[in-house]
Design a protein around this ligand. Sequence first.
Ligand code: TXA
Ligand code: MG
Length: 321
Amino acid sequence: MAIISKDIEQAVQFLKNDEVVAIPTETVYGLAANALSEAAVSKIYEVKNRPRSNPLIIHVKGIEELETYTKNIPEVAFTLVKNVWPGPLTLLLEKKRIVPNATTAGSERVAVRMPDHPLTLALLQELNFPLAAPSANPFGYISPTKVEHVEKQIGNKIPMILDGGDCRRGVESTIVGFENNVIIIYRLGYLTEEAIKAAIGNQYEIARTTQTKPVTSGMLPYHYSPNTPLFLVDDLEKAIVDLNPEETGIVSFNKSFPAFNHCRILSEKGDLREAAQRLYASLIHLDGLNLKQIYCERLPDEELGKTLNERLTKASNKSKL
Ligand code: TXA
Ligand code: MG
Protein backbone atom coordinates (compact mmCIF):
# COMPACT_ATOMS: atom_id res chain seq x y z
CA MET A 1 0.00 0.00 0.00
CA ALA A 2 1.02 3.60 -0.57
CA ILE A 3 2.90 5.53 2.10
CA ILE A 4 0.67 8.40 3.27
CA SER A 5 2.81 11.32 4.36
CA LYS A 6 3.39 15.08 4.26
CA ASP A 7 7.10 14.51 3.61
CA ILE A 8 7.97 16.50 0.49
CA GLU A 9 11.53 15.13 0.36
CA GLN A 10 10.23 11.61 0.07
CA ALA A 11 7.89 12.63 -2.75
CA VAL A 12 10.82 14.34 -4.50
CA GLN A 13 12.82 11.10 -4.38
CA PHE A 14 10.02 9.03 -5.90
CA LEU A 15 9.35 11.60 -8.63
CA LYS A 16 13.04 11.94 -9.53
CA ASN A 17 13.09 8.16 -9.96
CA ASP A 18 10.24 8.30 -12.50
CA GLU A 19 7.69 7.00 -9.99
CA VAL A 20 4.14 8.30 -9.63
CA VAL A 21 2.94 10.08 -6.47
CA ALA A 22 -0.60 11.26 -5.67
CA ILE A 23 -0.54 14.97 -4.89
CA PRO A 24 -3.07 17.37 -3.37
CA THR A 25 -4.37 20.35 -5.32
CA GLU A 26 -7.11 22.82 -4.46
CA THR A 27 -9.46 21.11 -6.95
CA VAL A 28 -8.97 17.33 -6.66
CA TYR A 29 -6.08 14.97 -5.94
CA GLY A 30 -3.80 14.38 -8.92
CA LEU A 31 -1.69 11.40 -9.92
CA ALA A 32 1.66 13.01 -10.65
CA ALA A 33 4.83 12.09 -12.50
CA ASN A 34 7.67 13.87 -14.31
CA ALA A 35 5.94 15.45 -17.33
CA LEU A 36 9.20 15.47 -19.30
CA SER A 37 9.84 11.73 -18.90
CA GLU A 38 8.03 9.31 -21.18
CA ALA A 39 8.70 6.43 -18.82
CA ALA A 40 7.18 8.27 -15.87
CA VAL A 41 4.16 9.47 -17.83
CA SER A 42 3.56 5.97 -19.06
CA LYS A 43 3.06 4.82 -15.47
CA ILE A 44 0.24 7.33 -14.99
CA TYR A 45 -1.68 5.74 -17.88
CA GLU A 46 -1.11 2.27 -16.47
CA VAL A 47 -2.21 3.08 -12.92
CA LYS A 48 -5.34 4.92 -14.10
CA ASN A 49 -6.12 2.47 -16.85
CA ARG A 50 -6.52 5.55 -19.00
CA PRO A 51 -6.56 5.45 -22.81
CA ARG A 52 -3.25 6.72 -24.22
CA SER A 53 -5.20 9.06 -26.48
CA ASN A 54 -6.25 11.16 -23.47
CA PRO A 55 -3.58 13.84 -22.77
CA LEU A 56 -2.38 15.09 -19.38
CA ILE A 57 -2.29 18.50 -17.72
CA ILE A 58 1.18 19.67 -16.72
CA HIS A 59 1.44 21.45 -13.36
CA VAL A 60 3.96 24.29 -13.08
CA LYS A 61 5.33 26.28 -10.15
CA GLY A 62 4.84 29.76 -11.57
CA ILE A 63 3.62 31.99 -14.37
CA GLU A 64 7.15 32.40 -15.72
CA GLU A 65 7.17 28.68 -16.61
CA LEU A 66 4.47 29.20 -19.21
CA GLU A 67 7.15 30.31 -21.64
CA THR A 68 9.40 27.36 -20.82
CA TYR A 69 6.85 24.85 -22.08
CA THR A 70 4.58 26.73 -24.50
CA LYS A 71 4.87 29.22 -27.38
CA ASN A 72 2.77 31.79 -29.26
CA ILE A 73 1.02 32.70 -26.03
CA PRO A 74 -1.70 35.31 -26.59
CA GLU A 75 -1.67 38.41 -24.40
CA VAL A 76 -5.04 37.52 -22.91
CA ALA A 77 -3.56 34.27 -21.59
CA PHE A 78 -1.13 36.29 -19.48
CA THR A 79 -3.96 38.52 -18.26
CA LEU A 80 -5.93 35.45 -17.22
CA VAL A 81 -3.13 33.71 -15.34
CA LYS A 82 -2.08 36.92 -13.59
CA ASN A 83 -5.60 37.11 -12.21
CA VAL A 84 -6.24 33.47 -11.47
CA TRP A 85 -2.99 31.54 -10.86
CA PRO A 86 -2.33 29.76 -8.68
CA GLY A 87 -5.85 28.49 -9.15
CA PRO A 88 -8.39 26.31 -10.98
CA LEU A 89 -7.63 27.37 -14.54
CA THR A 90 -5.90 25.25 -17.20
CA LEU A 91 -4.68 26.76 -20.47
CA LEU A 92 -4.39 24.87 -23.75
CA LEU A 93 -1.43 26.33 -25.64
CA GLU A 94 1.01 25.33 -28.38
CA LYS A 95 3.68 23.14 -26.84
CA LYS A 96 7.43 23.54 -27.12
CA ARG A 97 9.45 20.47 -28.11
CA ILE A 98 10.65 19.90 -24.58
CA VAL A 99 7.18 18.53 -23.75
CA PRO A 100 7.08 14.92 -24.95
CA ASN A 101 4.32 13.67 -27.22
CA ALA A 102 3.52 11.00 -24.66
CA THR A 103 2.32 13.74 -22.27
CA THR A 104 0.04 15.42 -24.83
CA ALA A 105 -1.08 12.19 -26.53
CA GLY A 106 0.51 13.40 -29.75
CA SER A 107 -1.22 16.78 -29.73
CA GLU A 108 0.68 19.95 -30.62
CA ARG A 109 -1.04 21.63 -27.71
CA VAL A 110 -0.31 21.13 -24.05
CA ALA A 111 -2.59 21.82 -21.08
CA VAL A 112 -0.86 23.84 -18.32
CA ARG A 113 -1.90 24.93 -14.87
CA MET A 114 -0.44 26.23 -11.61
CA PRO A 115 -2.22 24.52 -8.72
CA ASP A 116 -3.08 26.36 -5.52
CA HIS A 117 -1.92 24.07 -2.75
CA PRO A 118 1.00 24.92 -0.46
CA LEU A 119 2.41 21.37 -0.27
CA THR A 120 2.31 20.83 -4.01
CA LEU A 121 3.77 24.27 -4.75
CA ALA A 122 6.57 23.51 -2.29
CA LEU A 123 7.09 20.16 -4.01
CA LEU A 124 7.27 21.79 -7.45
CA GLN A 125 9.90 24.21 -6.10
CA GLU A 126 12.15 21.22 -5.36
CA LEU A 127 11.85 19.79 -8.88
CA ASN A 128 13.40 20.89 -12.15
CA PHE A 129 10.52 19.46 -14.17
CA PRO A 130 6.73 20.06 -14.22
CA LEU A 131 4.33 17.40 -13.00
CA ALA A 132 1.92 15.73 -15.38
CA ALA A 133 -1.16 14.90 -13.33
CA PRO A 134 -4.64 13.76 -14.20
CA SER A 135 -7.19 13.37 -11.41
CA ALA A 136 -6.11 10.43 -9.23
CA ASN A 137 -9.12 8.19 -9.94
CA PRO A 138 -9.30 5.10 -12.12
CA PHE A 139 -10.46 6.18 -15.60
CA GLY A 140 -14.14 7.12 -15.66
CA TYR A 141 -14.66 7.17 -11.89
CA ILE A 142 -15.31 10.13 -9.57
CA SER A 143 -12.29 12.34 -8.81
CA PRO A 144 -10.87 12.00 -5.28
CA THR A 145 -11.04 15.00 -2.93
CA LYS A 146 -9.70 13.26 0.21
CA VAL A 147 -6.63 11.16 0.94
CA GLU A 148 -8.84 8.22 1.87
CA HIS A 149 -10.45 8.30 -1.59
CA VAL A 150 -7.05 8.03 -3.28
CA GLU A 151 -6.02 5.28 -0.91
CA LYS A 152 -9.12 3.26 -1.63
CA GLN A 153 -9.13 3.83 -5.40
CA ILE A 154 -5.46 3.34 -6.32
CA GLY A 155 -3.51 3.03 -3.05
CA ASN A 156 -2.31 -0.47 -3.91
CA LYS A 157 -0.81 0.68 -7.21
CA ILE A 158 1.32 3.67 -6.18
CA PRO A 159 4.22 4.17 -3.73
CA MET A 160 3.06 7.38 -2.04
CA ILE A 161 0.21 9.80 -1.39
CA LEU A 162 1.30 13.30 -0.37
CA ASP A 163 -1.20 14.14 2.34
CA GLY A 164 -2.55 17.64 1.85
CA GLY A 165 -5.88 17.14 3.60
CA ASP A 166 -9.24 17.68 1.92
CA CYS A 167 -9.32 19.60 -1.36
CA ARG A 168 -10.72 23.09 -0.75
CA ARG A 169 -12.53 23.51 -4.08
CA GLY A 170 -13.69 19.99 -4.84
CA VAL A 171 -14.19 20.08 -8.63
CA GLU A 172 -11.63 20.15 -11.43
CA SER A 173 -10.09 23.18 -13.09
CA THR A 174 -11.72 24.98 -16.01
CA ILE A 175 -9.90 24.31 -19.30
CA VAL A 176 -9.68 27.10 -21.88
CA GLY A 177 -8.02 27.58 -25.26
CA PHE A 178 -7.64 30.60 -27.56
CA GLU A 179 -8.67 31.19 -31.14
CA ASN A 180 -8.20 34.71 -32.52
CA ASN A 181 -10.05 36.87 -30.04
CA VAL A 182 -12.22 34.08 -28.73
CA ILE A 183 -11.67 32.23 -25.47
CA ILE A 184 -12.96 28.71 -25.79
CA ILE A 185 -14.08 26.80 -22.74
CA TYR A 186 -13.40 23.09 -23.29
CA ARG A 187 -14.30 21.98 -19.79
CA LEU A 188 -16.23 24.14 -17.37
CA GLY A 189 -14.75 23.63 -13.91
CA TYR A 190 -14.40 25.49 -10.64
CA LEU A 191 -13.60 28.77 -12.38
CA THR A 192 -16.91 30.07 -13.72
CA GLU A 193 -17.51 31.87 -17.00
CA GLU A 194 -18.45 34.94 -14.94
CA ALA A 195 -15.07 34.84 -13.19
CA ILE A 196 -13.26 34.57 -16.53
CA LYS A 197 -15.20 37.58 -17.82
CA ALA A 198 -14.35 39.55 -14.72
CA ALA A 199 -10.66 38.78 -15.23
CA ILE A 200 -10.43 39.78 -18.91
CA GLY A 201 -12.98 42.52 -19.42
CA ASN A 202 -15.28 42.89 -22.40
CA GLN A 203 -13.08 42.83 -25.47
CA TYR A 204 -13.02 39.03 -25.74
CA GLU A 205 -15.77 36.68 -26.72
CA ILE A 206 -16.21 33.50 -24.71
CA ALA A 207 -17.47 30.35 -26.42
CA ARG A 208 -18.15 26.78 -25.37
CA THR A 209 -17.10 23.88 -27.54
CA THR A 210 -18.31 20.37 -27.96
CA GLN A 211 -15.36 19.20 -30.02
CA THR A 212 -11.65 18.78 -29.50
CA LYS A 213 -9.11 16.39 -30.72
CA PRO A 214 -7.97 14.80 -28.52
CA VAL A 215 -11.20 14.65 -26.66
CA THR A 216 -11.39 16.42 -23.28
CA SER A 217 -13.00 14.34 -20.56
CA GLY A 218 -15.83 16.82 -20.18
CA MET A 219 -16.85 15.69 -23.67
CA LEU A 220 -16.99 11.96 -23.14
CA PRO A 221 -20.55 10.61 -22.91
CA TYR A 222 -20.11 9.58 -19.30
CA HIS A 223 -17.46 10.33 -16.75
CA TYR A 224 -17.07 11.09 -13.06
CA SER A 225 -19.46 8.17 -12.53
CA PRO A 226 -20.23 6.14 -9.43
CA ASN A 227 -20.80 2.40 -9.91
CA THR A 228 -24.26 2.70 -8.36
CA PRO A 229 -26.81 3.95 -10.92
CA LEU A 230 -27.13 7.73 -10.47
CA PHE A 231 -30.25 9.70 -11.38
CA LEU A 232 -30.20 13.48 -11.69
CA VAL A 233 -33.64 15.00 -11.08
CA ASP A 234 -35.20 18.47 -10.96
CA ASP A 235 -37.70 17.73 -8.22
CA LEU A 236 -36.17 15.43 -5.65
CA GLU A 237 -39.20 15.35 -3.36
CA LYS A 238 -41.42 14.10 -6.16
CA ALA A 239 -38.86 11.70 -7.61
CA ILE A 240 -38.22 9.78 -4.39
CA VAL A 241 -41.76 9.53 -3.08
CA ASP A 242 -42.19 5.83 -3.93
CA LEU A 243 -38.59 4.74 -3.44
CA ASN A 244 -37.36 2.41 -0.73
CA PRO A 245 -35.29 4.54 1.70
CA GLU A 246 -33.12 1.58 2.67
CA GLU A 247 -31.79 1.07 -0.83
CA THR A 248 -31.71 4.65 -2.08
CA GLY A 249 -29.01 7.26 -1.56
CA ILE A 250 -29.98 10.93 -1.74
CA VAL A 251 -27.84 13.95 -2.60
CA SER A 252 -29.77 17.11 -1.85
CA PHE A 253 -28.66 20.72 -2.29
CA ASN A 254 -29.96 22.18 0.97
CA LYS A 255 -32.99 20.25 2.24
CA SER A 256 -33.06 17.25 4.55
CA PHE A 257 -35.08 14.09 3.90
CA PRO A 258 -35.46 12.49 7.32
CA ALA A 259 -37.15 9.34 5.95
CA PHE A 260 -33.96 8.52 4.07
CA ASN A 261 -31.01 7.33 6.14
CA HIS A 262 -28.53 7.70 3.33
CA CYS A 263 -28.99 11.40 2.59
CA ARG A 264 -26.15 13.86 1.99
CA ILE A 265 -26.93 17.58 2.11
CA LEU A 266 -24.40 19.53 0.03
CA SER A 267 -24.92 22.88 1.72
CA GLU A 268 -27.55 23.60 4.34
CA LYS A 269 -27.12 27.32 3.75
CA GLY A 270 -27.50 26.84 -0.02
CA ASP A 271 -23.96 27.90 -0.90
CA LEU A 272 -22.72 26.58 -4.26
CA ARG A 273 -19.05 26.74 -3.23
CA GLU A 274 -19.71 24.56 -0.22
CA ALA A 275 -21.77 22.24 -2.43
CA ALA A 276 -18.87 21.94 -4.89
CA GLN A 277 -16.45 21.13 -2.11
CA ARG A 278 -18.68 18.31 -0.84
CA LEU A 279 -20.14 16.90 -4.05
CA TYR A 280 -17.60 14.23 -5.03
CA ALA A 281 -17.06 13.12 -1.44
CA SER A 282 -20.83 12.69 -1.05
CA LEU A 283 -21.10 10.60 -4.22
CA ILE A 284 -18.09 8.47 -3.29
CA HIS A 285 -19.51 7.90 0.21
CA LEU A 286 -22.92 6.81 -1.08
CA ASP A 287 -21.32 4.68 -3.78
CA GLY A 288 -19.56 2.73 -1.04
CA LEU A 289 -22.81 1.66 0.63
CA ASN A 290 -23.95 -0.89 -1.95
CA LEU A 291 -27.24 0.83 -2.60
CA LYS A 292 -29.55 0.11 -5.50
CA GLN A 293 -29.54 3.72 -6.71
CA ILE A 294 -28.56 7.28 -5.92
CA TYR A 295 -30.90 10.22 -6.58
CA CYS A 296 -29.31 13.62 -6.87
CA GLU A 297 -30.99 16.99 -7.13
CA ARG A 298 -30.08 19.34 -10.00
CA LEU A 299 -28.45 22.45 -8.54
CA PRO A 300 -29.49 26.04 -9.33
CA ASP A 301 -28.24 26.44 -12.90
CA GLU A 302 -26.14 29.55 -12.32
CA GLU A 303 -22.40 30.22 -11.89
CA LEU A 304 -20.77 27.26 -10.14
CA GLY A 305 -24.10 25.43 -10.28
CA LYS A 306 -23.67 25.14 -14.06
CA THR A 307 -20.37 23.33 -13.57
CA LEU A 308 -21.82 20.97 -11.00
CA ASN A 309 -24.85 20.20 -13.17
CA GLU A 310 -22.59 19.38 -16.12
CA ARG A 311 -20.57 17.00 -13.99
CA LEU A 312 -23.69 15.38 -12.63
CA THR A 313 -25.17 15.00 -16.10
CA LYS A 314 -22.05 13.12 -17.22
CA ALA A 315 -22.00 11.08 -14.04
CA SER A 316 -25.62 10.04 -14.50
CA ASN A 317 -25.27 9.17 -18.19
CA LYS A 318 -23.77 5.80 -17.32
CA SER A 319 -27.10 4.63 -15.90
CA LYS A 320 -28.77 5.49 -19.23
CA LEU A 321 -26.46 3.32 -21.36
O1 TXA B 1 -8.26 20.31 -11.56
C1 TXA B 1 -7.73 19.62 -12.44
O2 TXA B 1 -7.64 20.00 -13.61
C2 TXA B 1 -7.14 18.28 -12.02
C3 TXA B 1 -6.00 18.52 -11.04
C4 TXA B 1 -5.31 17.25 -10.63
O3 TXA B 1 -5.10 19.44 -11.61
N1 TXA B 1 -6.70 17.53 -13.17
C5 TXA B 1 -7.56 16.95 -14.04
O4 TXA B 1 -6.92 16.20 -15.03
O5 TXA B 1 -8.76 17.06 -13.96
P1 TXA B 1 -7.71 15.13 -15.92
O6 TXA B 1 -6.68 14.46 -16.74
O7 TXA B 1 -8.52 14.28 -15.06
O8 TXA B 1 -8.58 16.02 -16.86
C6 TXA B 1 -7.90 16.87 -17.78
C7 TXA B 1 -8.61 16.94 -19.08
C8 TXA B 1 -8.67 15.60 -19.78
O9 TXA B 1 -10.00 15.37 -20.16
C9 TXA B 1 -7.83 15.79 -21.03
O10 TXA B 1 -8.41 15.14 -22.14
C10 TXA B 1 -7.82 17.30 -21.21
O11 TXA B 1 -7.85 17.81 -19.91
N2 TXA B 1 -6.57 17.68 -21.85
C11 TXA B 1 -5.33 17.62 -21.34
N3 TXA B 1 -4.41 17.98 -22.25
C12 TXA B 1 -5.09 18.29 -23.38
C13 TXA B 1 -4.71 18.69 -24.68
N4 TXA B 1 -3.43 18.86 -25.02
N5 TXA B 1 -5.69 18.92 -25.59
C14 TXA B 1 -7.00 18.73 -25.27
N6 TXA B 1 -7.42 18.32 -24.03
C15 TXA B 1 -6.49 18.11 -23.12
MG1 MG C 1 -10.16 13.31 -14.51
